[in-house]
Design a protein around this ligand. Structure first.
Ligand SMILES: [Zn+2]
Length: 97
């Protein structure tokens, strides 16, 4: 649904002004915070952008926020160093490891 406004013109006509609806922010898959570095817009507008303008180029860019990415990388390093087992990792983070 588009936001609609009725406007009276100087010629005493009533015209309808419509604006396209704004799209939402991209969210982090774990904490649902707003993702920085990702543009807002329709699919058509985003497909017209360069690939580097669509999402950050770091691991999990456009999926996880920087804080959650840091947590995931920390768990990965601890699993590789065998200080943790997979059962010690929170179940929500396991799919990114
Ligand atoms: Zn997050």
């Amino acid at each position: 649904m588009k936001p609609i406004k009725q406007r009276r013109t100087p010629g005493n006509r009533t015209v309808t002004h419509t604006k396209p609806k704004k799209t939402g922010h991209h969210e982090c898959a774990l904490c649902h915070g707003i993702l920085h570095g990702t543009p807002r817009g329709t699919v058509v507008q985003i497909r017209k952008m360069k690939k580097s303008e669509r999402k950050p180029t770091r691991p999990f860019g456009g999926q996880l926020c920087s804080k959650c990415t840091r947590d995931v990388m920390s768990y990965r390093a601890q699993l590789k160093g065998k200080t943790l087992t997979l059962l010690d990792v929170p179940i929500s983070i396991r799919r990114y490891i």
